[in-house]
Design a protein around this ligand. Structure first.
Ligand code: ZN
Length: 159
């Protein structure tokens, strides 16, 4: 028999979480100033390292931990760098190194890429996640815990 509210994080629990992620001391992502995130534990909705660190935490708990690339956004893949002819970019795209783009592949799926270099003929794009290859330093605070409903578990997302 399940209690009304889970006392700690386990699979099937909806976690409401405040978080900040730093890389080398710089904040790269945070819920501060936004709504906290919500996810169902055990469904791979967040990166592995974050999910693993959540087990056993109770509401109100704070934790700091570091997530290596293998449990985060992966290692940097040198094959994920591509040259694309300048002529394929619509004129409204600001072609500057560091600009992040959303592109569509042949199947119409969206892909994220970062401009590395703009040459006379080609633009060099990096399709690695911007946080690939980085150690992610998390500070989290568990805001609330509740059991996911049957429907939420079925759908694989929080309602
Ligand atoms: Zn749904």
């Amino acid at each position: 028999m399940k209690t009304t509210h889970p006392s700690t994080v386990e699979d099937g629990v909806v976690v409401t979480l405040e978080y900040t992620v730093k890389v080398a001391g710089e904040t790269v992502d945070t819920s501060e100033g936004h709504e906290p995130i919500q996810f169902i534990q055990g469904q791979g909705m967040v990166i592995d390292g974050l999910e693993h660190a959540m087990y056993g935490l109770s509401a109100g708990a704070r934790k700091q931990f570091s997530v290596p690339p293998g449990e985060g956004y992966g290692e940097t893949d040198p094959d994920a760098i591509a040259q694309v002819p300048l002529s394929e970019f619509p004129p409204e795209i600001p072609l500057q190194p560091g600009v992040e783009l959303t592109l569509k592949d042949e199947e119409g799926d969206e892909m994220q890429a970062t401009i590395v270099e703009v040459g006379d003929v080609n633009v060099t794009l990096d399709f690695n996640h911007p946080l690939a290859g980085e150690d992610l330093d998390f500070s989290v605070e568990v805001v609330a815990l509740r059991w996911a409903t049957e429907e939420e578990l079925d759908h694989g997302h929080v309602h």
